[in-house]
Design a protein. Structure first.
Length: 74
């Protein structure tokens, strides 16, 4: 598989495992979380901080404009 996936809450417990699986399957992952670094994701996969197929984005799930913009850009 190829393409991009936006994972809201991607640095939390469930989201981190979803991101790990998506990366294993070849996807580009946009992690959208209030705290995308220093969470479960970076404990599970520390390489995500500099991974070429990972974009870490900080923001609130209630920010609809930002989410829409990320979807358009990715």
């Amino acid at each position: 598989m190829t393409g991009s996936v936006l994972v809201t809450g991607g640095a939390g417990f469930i989201g981190a495992y979803v991101c790990k699986r998506l990366l294993t399957d070849g996807w580009h992952v946009v992690v959208y979380d209030a705290n995308p670094v220093g969470n479960v994701l970076t404990m599970l996969m520390p390489e995500t901080i500099d991974h070429p197929r990972v974009a870490l984005e900080s923001g609130a799930i209630t920010d609809g404009e930002r989410l829409t913009r990320l979807c358009i850009e990715n």
